[in-house]
Design a protein. Sequence first.
Length: 172
Amino acid sequence: DYPTVLERFYQRKAHNFGIPKETSTQIKDRFIARKNQAAAETVVIWAGRNDSWLPDQVISNIAAMVASMGPDDRYIVLGVTTSDSPTEYVGGKDYAHIQAINETLRKTYGERFLPINDILISKANLRFEQDRISVARGTLPRSLRSDHLHMNDAGALEVAVAVNDKLTKLGW
């Protein structure tokens, strides 16, 4: 996973509090409950993939997580990624939901927003037909996924690089 890569390659102490299959509501509830228990140097919020068809809910839950932090807390918000599912291909209803979430997050969080879906799509290896197909569909490159959705080691590395680059750009 990308937090492990952040530790190994960038010497950034990282804790992965993600739980597979959680919705943004579940993540928000856990985040707010544990926020007062331990201070983090920098928080990376990546939520909404498992309920991306509910854009208002995802946006509201991320906003609640950010609002629960102090004014000097360091955080970035990662966008929602697309999967290799026909409803998430360009023009599909779920693709539109993900784009709406990401555009709202971009406008709301500005420099603290990391458009991870766009970044990962830009990392496609266009020598591979499956990556060209993925890019045409507007989904994550096949070379960065272990299945229709989840990152493989190469994908985790690209996420870690993007997160590290963003944190460095912000001076953290």
